[in-house]
Ligand binder design. Structure first.
Ligand code: PLP
Length: 487
């Protein structure tokens, strides 16, 4: 190609590529259409179902097909509405009481929008000093919230699973668990520890560590005495006790392990003490939550998820490590092409403290709602969730036929219905949860305690209030009646 041919072709391509840069007259209508869609979604939310079973119309991939030429916004928003926002759990609904509900604060959405428009390169201080400072400040604020020292460091991750991976990789290197030592390095957890910890161990090359499931008490909390005993046994057998994983809010029942006692055992035996507070950690902001989480400040590492307890949309976890040098030792790396960034070392960069290099500027979706709402509103919402759990527990105890095996420590309430003697309780409760899900006004999920099939209220959406719990209790009684007449 001659230079003049090249120039002509470049001009042609530039003209076409300019489609990717809509001007204000194109941007505004698009933005208004999107905003209308969002407002309609939010206005309809109080009456919208919490669960819509998938139907055949949702099974085709065709509506998602990638076009060669532009499509109108109205058509694309229709796909979003029918194929994405309708089927499955409506995680924005206050009626979502299953699993661990996420948040979805509107101002977090605005933060994401602004982060995407400016597209700051938030992994490196040199390229985005303000973004990195904002994220580090958020992490310092979280550290302060749980009583960690100012020197602690951390990372805003995509969620609790990646945050746990960062914590365990750091714990591995801090305690010098080289591959030769892995089969002797013992990990202590309970059968209610979240499975992302087992996954993290495997991914971090620690899958061959012996794992001890420490017995729990009648409120599903790790028993410190039992932990002591099993550590002594392991030491006597020539093994190396390495890692203690406590939970500050288990997924199954919301239990908080006895953190001060476990911290003492960890200290005595020089274990790395990790606390999984992915679900429970932000209750430290609530007046009564602080006391429930007492002892968390003694951990070496903590995971707490803003997309759970801070009501941020999915995609926001956090890990905090007391010894920032250890965190950096495990994750720091450099490359020749990044030499310009080396001089800008006033702040640790996220890229120094996590597996990621390029990353979403996650800080803005947290910082903006905290600025615009103020922390006090979060404290009230979290205190409200704790009290709603107490309320649901008390109400369930009043209802004939329902069994509530453990009082809620945080905001998960576990229960089941006991049908007449001789009836299969597990089969009944399985049908009960399915009936509630099919009804759709609220969404509940189930779990097992030993061999017993159990239902749960997981109360964490900022949109869940007393009326939601009253409705859920009404629906449960209605479905019990219906199931009993079907027998
Ligand atoms: C206690 C606990 N830890 C860890 C996780 C994993 O977090 P994520 O789903 O954000 O990866 C969860 C998820 O529900 C959880 O409840």
């Amino acid at each position: 190609m001659s230079i003049s041919q090249l120039e002509a072709r470049l001009q042609e391509l530039e003209q076409h590529a300019l489609l990717l840069e809509p001007d204000a007259s194109h941007r505004f209508p698009m933005q208004q259409a999107v905003e209308r869609y969002a407002q309609h979604f939010l206005e309809a939310l109080p009456e919208a179902p919490a669960f819509v079973p998938r139907s055949e119309t949702h099974d085709s991939l065709a509506p998602f097909a990638i076009p060669e030429q532009p499509k109108p916004i109205a058509e694309t928003l229709q796909v979003l509405q029918h194929q994405v926002d309708t089927p499955g759990i409506n995680s924005a609904s206050g009626g979502h009481l299953g699993y661990i509900p996420g948040g979805g604060l509107y101002y977090a959405g605005l933060g994401d929008y602004l982060a995407a428009v400016a597209n700051k390169y938030a992994g490196i201080f040199y390229s985005a000093p303000g973004a990195v400072k904002m994220e580090n400040l958020l992490l310092r604020w979280m550290a302060e919230t749980i009583g960690f020292p100012a020197e602690a460091a951390g990372n805003l991750t995509s969620g609790g699973s990646i945050a746990s991976l960062i914590a365990l990789a750091t714990a591995r290197d801090a305690k010098q668990i080289t591959s030769r030592l892995v089969p002797e390095a013992v990990v202590y957890l309970t059968s209610h520890t979240h499975h992302c910890l087992n996954k993290a161990l495997r991914i971090a090359g620690l899958g061959e560590c012996p794992i001890r499931l420490v017995p729990m008490d009648d409120r599903y909390r790790m028993q410190p005495q039992a932990l002591r005993a099993v550590i002594e046994q392991d030491k006597a057998a020539g093994l190396t006790p390495w890692l203690l994983v406590a939970s500050a809010g288990t997924t199954d029942v919301g239990a908080v392990d006895p953190l001060p006692e476990l911290a003492a055992v960890a200290q005595q035996h020089q274990l790395w003490f990790h606390v999984d507070a992915a679900y429970g950690g932000f209750f430290a902001l609530a007046p009564s939550g602080k006391e429930i989480l007492r002892g968390i400040e003694q951990a070496d590492s903590v995971v707490m998820d803003p997309h759970k307890g801070l009501f941020i949309p999915y995609g926001s976890g956090a890990v905090l490590i007391k010894d920032r040098e250890q965190l950096a030792k495990t994750h720091y790396y450099s490359a020749n092409y990044m030499q310009d960034a080396l001089a800008a070392d006033q702040e640790y960069s996220p890229a120094d403290l996590s597996p990621e290099l390029s990353k979403h500027f996650r800080g803005l979706r947290l910082w903006l709602p905290l600025q615009l709402h103020g922390v006090a509103a979060f404290r009230s919402a979290l205190e409200e969730k704790l009290l709603l759990a107490q309320y649901a527990y008390a109400k369930l105890q009043e209802l004939t036929g329902f069994e509530t095996p453990a009082a809620p420590a945080l905001s998960v309430v576990i229960f089941r219905y006991l049908p007449a003697a001789g009836a299969d309780a597990n089969a009944f409760n399985q049908r009960l949860v399915q009936a509630v899900q099919q009804d759709g006004r609220v969404f509940l999920s189930s779990t097992k305690l030993g061999d017993d099939f159990m239902l749960r209220f997981a109360i964490l959406s900022f949109r869940t209030h007393k009326a939601t719990i009253d409705l859920a209790l009404e629906i449960l009684q209605e479905k019990v009646r219906e199931l009993q007449t079907q027998r």
